[in-house]
Ligand binder design. Structure first.
Ligand SMILES: [Zn+2]
Ligand SMILES: [Zn+2]
Length: 282
């Protein structure tokens, strides 16, 4: 992008010009140096949730057959589908009926926590995760704590474990893959529903001066959650091996989503990188 193009693009962004297409928008952001793949993935996740919510309407249907009948009628109208015997159409209806049932379930059943899940299943999950939080790598059992001079007592801190539903509970109820997160990660993750409307996508609210520390923690969490491993070229360390640390890729640029990188203790710069729940008030 030439300097003139970049500046024109920034002026368009600043004035809130609507883009003709997603490709055009990503092209502009990409030309400015923004992490396009990350934005595209976030966009897809958000559009998926919005589309699901648009397709589904609450019904008072009490059983599967009634739900299927109502959903068939609604989808035929909404999507203007003539041939309702079409296999793909029926598959869409079935999936939506299943989703709707799970959403209704999510409102009426208790969310499974560690106490409703067999101990053996939790142990298997934990073992597969190296007895650590699946996202940030903090030890959940004291026997895996490693020496790390950057922490108090020169030992990794330890956290309480919580069972996490990988897909949001309000969409999937208890029928989803589970993983064990530390309490802090789980709290930040469930916050996602609350920020959906004002932009989980770009964590745009990092511009708001209010709650800046908590916003940075949220950006640090999502960056760690997606990566779960050290980003150093020759390193294979993951959250199973130790606590992951977050810092800025480019020290000259603000703490902003897209400018954060995740490293293991060996590769994190000594200063200016933090464990994602221990950010100072920057
Ligand atoms: Zn964690
Ligand atoms: Zn590393």
């Amino acid at each position: 992008m030439s300097d003139t193009d970049k500046l024109t693009a920034i002026l368009d962004v600043l004035s809130g010009t609507a883009f003709e297409s997603v490709d055009e928008m990503l092209g502009v952001y990409g030309g400015l140096g923004a992490p396009v793949d990350e934005i595209r993935n976030d966009l897809c996740a958000m559009v998926r949730e919005r589309t699901i919510m648009w397709l589904l309407r609450r019904t008072t249907a009490r059983n599967f057959n009634e739900r299927t009948r109502i959903m068939t009628k609604r989808m035929a109208e909404l999507l203007r589908i003539g041939d309702q015997q079409n296999g793909a159409f029926q598959s869409v209806v079935n999936q939506l009926v299943d989703l709707e049932a799970r959403i209704t379930d999510a409102e009426n059943v208790e969310k499974n926590g560690t106490s409703d899940t067999p101990e053996a299943s939790i142990r298997d999950l934990l073992k597969g995760q190296g007895w650590r939080c699946a996202a940030c790598g903090i030890p959940l059992k004291s026997h895996v704590r490693r020496r790390m001079p950057r922490f108090a007592e020169e030992l990794e801190p330890i956290s309480e474990m919580q069972l996490d539903h990988v897909e949001p509970f309000y969409i999937a109820a208890n029928q989803t893959r589970m993983e064990v997160l530390c309490k802090e990660c789980n709290i930040v993750k469930s916050d996602r529903l609350g920020v959906q409307e004002d932009g989980f996508v770009f964590c745009a609210n990092h511009l708001r001066p209010k709650n800046r520390a908590s916003t940075i923690r949220r950006m640090a969490f999502w960056t760690t959650y997606k990566t779960r491993s050290c980003e150093h070229d020759e390193c294979a360390a993951t959250s199973k091996d130790g606590i992951l640390l977050v810092g800025r890729k480019n020290l000259g640029v603000a703490w902003a989503y897209g400018n954060l990188s995740v490293w293991c203790d060996n590769h994190a710069p000594i200063r200016d990188s933090w464990y994602c729940h221990s950010f100072p008030d920057l």
